[in-house]
Design a protein around this ligand. Structure first.
Ligand code: SF4
Ligand code: SF4
Length: 141
C-alpha cells in the first residue's frame, strides 16, 4: 500500500471532470478527501489522501496531470512518540522498509526515520499509538 497526502489544484476546464470516480474505478485507488473547494467554471482545490498500489498511484497521478490538475505532495512524516512506545516490537513486523527494527543484542526497537517511506503501516499496528503522522496542515486552513 502506498499513500500520500496530496493537494490538487484544478483549472476551470477540469472542475467538472469525475476525477474521484475515475481514480477509484479506473486506477483502483482509495481517496480520502479532507477538504474540497470547487466553484463551477472556476478553479478548485482538493486535499486528499490517495492510496493504493504504487503503480496504480503513479498512473492516477499521470491521469490527473493529463487533464491539467496541478498535483503537489503535502509534507508528511512519521514520528515515534518515545513517551508512548513501550518497545513491544509489533511495528517491526509490518514495516516494509526496515525503518523499524530490533537491534541486537540489546533487543531495543529502533526507528530510523531516514528509511521511512511514510506508508503508515506502523501507525495501525502500534498498540500504544506511538507512531504518529505529522503533515503540514496549513494548506487546509
Ligand atoms: S511509516 Fe512506519 S511502517 Fe511505514 S516505512 Fe515508516 S516506519 Fe516503516
Ligand atoms: S509497536 Fe508501538 S509500542 Fe511497540 S515498539 Fe513499535 S512503536 Fe513501540
Amino acid at each position: 500500500m502506498y499513500a500520500r497526502m496530496l493537494s490538487l489544484r484544478f483549472p476551470p476546464s477540469a472542475v467538472n471532470e469525475p476525477i474521484v470516480a475515475s481514480l477509484i474505478r479506473k486506477f483502483d485507488l482509495n481517496c480520502n478527501i479532507l477538504k474540497a473547494t470547487i466553484y463551477p467554471r472556476k478553479e478548485g482545490m482538493v486535499v486528499m489522501e490517495l492510496s493504493g498500489h504504487k503503480k496504480n498511484f503513479q498512473k492516477g497521478i499521470r491521469y490527473l496531470k493529463s487533464i491539467g490538475v496541478k498535483v503537489e505532495s503535502i509534507g508528511q512524516d512519521i514520528r515515534r512518540n518515545e513517551d508512548k512506545c513501550f518497545q513491544c516490537g509489533a511495528c517491526t513486523a509490518v514495516c516494509p522498509t526496515g525503518a523499524l527494527f530490533v537491534k541486537r543484542p540489546s533487543m531495543e526497537v529502533i526507528f530510523a526515520g531516514d528509511k521511512c517511506s511514510a506508508c503508515e503501516m506502523c501507525v495501525a499496528a502500534c498498540p500504544a499509538k506511538a507512531m504518529e503522522v505529522r503533515f503540514d496542515r496549513s494548506i487546509l486552513d
